[in-house]
Design a protein around this ligand. Structure first.
Ligand code: CTP
Ligand code: MG
Length: 230
């Protein structure tokens, strides 16, 4: 069985600070976004891609449509990531029922591996959905107002949320809409689902599935892709 994937790609890349949104920066031979789309489209359990781009996007090109013969649809994103994901979910074909699982994957994570996608799909669809996540590696400090250490937080049972995340279309749309309605900015799908009373499964994924946020991340991603890591 194969599932649609919503790819939020409507961010401005402010922290990266480049002249164009980071998803369009060159990563090796081609734009970062194209790496991400090709990886997803190459996976046998991905049925189609719903790419969410900014209303004023001037970088999307038709060349990106040549992605491995899987259907690719475009939707217009919103001001926050959650708005963009919700717009993508709403724009999915009506043939995708509310109880069908969908994947959501950041455009800015070009190094996601096929193995991680497979593991997430297997484990999330066996239950009520879940997300790739990586256990915390460093010692975690809570800062006080002066920038001094207030406390050292236990590292056990702390995870960093990655993508893809995978939930049923209807409940995820409802959870994202409810969070937005309440003025809660959900920074990932799981957060909205948790708020709605669901219990997303943490599926351990590779550290190399990094989100390109800063210029150093882009260099790392380039290295990983060149070495076929991830
Ligand atoms: N995203 C989106 N719509 C938004 C904001 C973000 O579709 N309104 C997407 C980004 O394009 C990215 C993913 O969500 O693929 C993760 O967001 P992030 O890494 O924060 O990217 P940006 O928001 O672009 O970066 P920044 O926060 O530094 O501005
Ligand atoms: Mg952002």
């Amino acid at each position: 069985k194969a599932y649609w994937c919503v790819i939020p790609a409507a961010g401005a890349g402010r922290r990266f600070g480049a002249a164009m949104p980071k998803q369009y920066l060159r990563l090796g031979e081609k734009p970062l976004l194209l790496h991400t789309l090709e990886r997803l489209a190459a996976h046998p359990q991905v049925a189609g891609l719903m790419v969410v781009i900014a209303a004023d996007d001037s970088y999307w090109t038709h060349g990106m449509l040549e992605v491995l013969g899987k259907p690719l649809l475009l939707a217009t994103g919103g001001s926050e990531r959650a708005d963009s994901v919700l717009a993508g979910l709403r724009a999915l074909p009506s043939s995708i029922a509310d109880d069908e699982f969908v994947l959501v994957h950041d455009a800015a994570r070009p190094c996601v591996s096929a193995e991680d996608i497979s593991r997430l799909v297997a484990r999330a669809t066996a239950g009520d959905g879940g997300l790739l996540a990586a256990p915390l590696r460093d010692t975690l400090k809570r800062a006080d107002a002066d920038g001094c250490v207030q406390s050292t937080e236990p590292r056990e049972a702390r995870w960093r949320a990655l993508t893809p995340q995978m939930f049923r279309r209807g409940p995820l749309s409802a959870a994202l809409a409810a969070a937005a309605e309440a003025g809660v900015m959900a920074t990932d799908e799981s957060m909205a689902m948790e708020r709605a009373g669901h219990r997303p499964l943490l599926v351990e994924g590779a550290e190399t599935n990094l989100k390109v946020t800063t210029p150093a991340d882009l260099l790392l991603a380039e290295f990983l892709l060149a070495r076929h890591v991830g």
